[in-house]
Write a new protein. Structure first.
Length: 341
């Protein structure tokens, strides 16, 4: 039995439904996984968007209108009879009174997934190991595995998953705290590093706290292609230690908070520390999108999370329009944010 959808759709703030899949599995709840499999007309959510329905649990959204309520009704039926469903909203829909305001046409695939489902277990295992995964299902038969290894067949839908994006903030002032807080709210697995900081962690929900030196702390987190590092300490030595560890790593993004005028000096110190030119060229400095003079903590946070997000989607689309700054040339004027000190 599914509960009615809450009046305030806070469930739609969850972009990644895997944490709810973990909750459902841990509590032994059979769930219904809804996947947006086709889109025409520029709808509000891309193909691959998902919702999860289980007793006492719901996450994700497709349109923000009445579509979710109707899908919830079909999910309840799917949960009861186990039959997969393909729902159409918009042109060609059997429910012409349910429309997306943007005029789009979407198709949503529903499937019941038991708590002991092998594909679900494999998806969560790969997620915990920070490895990409591919979900393949026709609603009756399903498999999950690393891309290129999972079996596919004609009738099945596929849904790729990347590791959960991770954010590591090195710093402790209000701007660093705002970056960490916004990152956690935006769905990043977020850590804050404050070397030799107080034993009490920062009062920010969803943020892990590390007190080690930058190199040691970053190594303990693990820097992979889905990890972004924001260096924002205002302490030259700590900044340099963090950059020496982060720039040669596999981190997908490394940004430095600081004044443009000090950047040549910082780059020279990195070169003197044997950091290669190719590693230095990856540095985003000053950090963040250009918001036209914004310097308040939350403004800096918006610019940083915005830049990381823009780069992530640019890479996913194969675009070259958003690229690392020309740091080695001293970060020429006209490109970067005012998120500096």
């Amino acid at each position: 039995m599914l509960d009615p959808l809450p009046e305030w759709p806070t469930f739609g703030l969850a972009e990644d439904v895997r944490p709810v899949l973990v909750q459902a599995q841990a509590s032994g709840k059979t769930l219904v996984l809804a996947t947006l499999v086709a889109l025409e007309g520029g709808g509000p959510r891309p193909v691959g968007t998902q919702m999860v329905f289980a007793e006492g649990l719901v996450a994700g959204y497709f349109s923000g209108g009445c579509v979710e309520g109707d899908i919830a009704g079909h999910a309840a039926q799917c949960l009861e009879d186990g039959e997969p469903r393909r729902l159409v909203y918009g042109e060609g829909s059997p429910w012409p009174d349910i429309r997306l305001l943007c005029g789009a046409r979407i198709e949503v695939f529903l499937e019941r997934v038991a708590t002991d489902d092998a594909a679900l277990a494999e998806l969560l295992r790969l997620t915990a190991a920070r490895r990409p995964a591919l979900w393949v299902s026709d609603g009756k038969r399903r498999v999950c595995g690393p891309p290129g290894e999972a079996t596919m067949w004609k009738e099945a839908i596929t849904r790729p998953y990347e590791p959960v994006p991770r954010l590591v903030v090195v710093g402790w002032d209000p701007a660093a705290l705002a970056i960490a807080a916004l990152g956690a709210q935006a769905g990043f697995e977020t850590s804050l590093i404050r070397p030799k900081g107080p034993e009490t962690p920062p009062p920010i929900p969803g943020v892990a706290y590390l007190r080690g030196e930058p190199g040691e702390a970053l190594a303990s987190v693990g820097l992979d292609a889905w990890t972004s590092v924001a260096v924002a300490t205002h302490d030259l030595e700590t900044d340099q230690a963090a950059l020496r560890a982060a720039l040669p790593s596999d981190a997908g993004y490394v940004g430095l908070l600081g004044a443009r005028a000090r950047l040549p000096e910082r780059l020279a110190r990195l070169r003197a520390s044997s950091v290669t030119e190719s590693a230095i060229a990856r540095l985003h400095a000053p950090i963040g999108l250009d918001l036209g003079g914004a310097k308040a903590p939350w403004e800096v946070a918006v610019s940083v999370i915005g830049e990381i997000t823009a780069l992530r989607y640019a890479r996913a689309s194969g675009s070259t329009s958003t690229s690392p700054p020309a740091s080695t040339a001293g970060a020429p004027a006209g490109r970067r944010s005012s998120a500096s000190a």
